[in-house]
Design a protein around this ligand. Structure first.
Ligand code: ATP
Length: 262
């Protein structure tokens, strides 16, 4: 198993908000996390990345990544993990990009500092990666600063940065939620093609069950800090076991979910 989280408990301001979450992601697999706002999806992802907000902490549980218990890592170990083995994309790409630096330079720096490429190698790789994430005219885009790009393009840049060092796992927390429906579909299609092309394992968070269904092999349903149900996507959609999953399905019908089941 690539990622194996067992009995994870997370506190926020001293109050427990994730109550013993267990989940696994096999190599090459995509696991979706769904559930209402505040149900603990983001803090679970941040615990796995070692980037919990200040007021939050892992109280107990295990986070095994490729045989290593991440809860034993020091700050340097976490940084190494994030720079090479686990990539992350969040809802608001603009807040993770430097507003005054051309995006090509930002990706180039990641490739040089974390990937060990020379300046020249990095420049060539920037163009390849920007093309791989579907940015047209990468030689123009690389010179632009974030505000010159649309939200969808900014998210493509973030995805390029996240996959720059060939991570084993990509954690995508609501990466499409701030985008319009058309761009959302394009980013989902991109993530699907990157999975196929690079064999990426994916932990994908969304409050939108239809989006998760299109991308993920299995789905875990969060409610009030607990995972109430985990099942293969087709099974979860056709025979949901938990009343809350049924209510999520009912809320999403008929549009996207019917399409997703078909
Ligand atoms: N920085 C923080 N300080 C204090 N409490 C927090 C913090 N971040 C999250 N929480 C609390 O922890 C709980 C879980 O939040 P979390 O962000 O993981 O939920 P979520 O399912 O990802 O929701 P959303 O879809 O809105 O992002 C919520 O009750 C939230 O209010």
């Amino acid at each position: 198993m690539l990622l194996d989280v067992g009995g994870l408990r997370v506190t926020a301001g001293g109050r427990e908000v994730v109550h013993g979450a267990s989940l696994t992601v096999a190599r090459g697999e995509a696991l979706g996390l769904v559930g209402e706002s505040g149900s603990g999806k983001t803090l679970t992802c941040r615990a796995i990345l070692g980037v919990l907000p200040g007021a939050c902490a892992v109280a107990s549980g295990s986070i095994d990544f490729d045989g290593v218990d991440l809860t034993t890592l020091d700050a340097r170990g976490w940084r190494e993990l994030r720079s090479t083995r686990v990539g992350a994309v969040f809802q608001d790409p603009a807040s993770y990009l430097n507003p005054s630096l051309p995006v090509g330079r930002q990706l180039g720096e990641v490739l040089r500092v974390k990937g060990g490429l020379s300046r020249r190698e990095a420049r060539a790789r920037v163009l390849e990666l920007f093309a791989a994430v579907g940015l047209r005219r990468p030689e123009v885009v690389r010179r632009q600063i974030p505000s010159q790009l649309s939200g969808g393009m900014q998210q493509r840049v973030m995805i390029a940065i996240a996959i720059a060092c060939d991570p084993d796992l990509l954690i995508a927390d609501e990466p499409t939620s701030a985008l319009d429906v058309k761009t959302q579909a394009e980013i989902v299609a991109l993530l699907r093609s990157l999975r196929a092309r690079f064999g990426l394992s994916l932990l994908f968070v969304s409050h939108d069950l239809a989006v998760v269904s299109e991308l993920c092999d299995r789905i875990a349903v969060f409610r009030h800090g607990e995972i109430v149900e985990t099942a293969p996507t087709a099974e979860l959609l056709s025979a949901p076991q938990h009343a809350y999953t049924r209510s999520l399905l009912a809320a999403g019908a008929p549009g996207g979910l019917v399409h997703a089941v078909a």
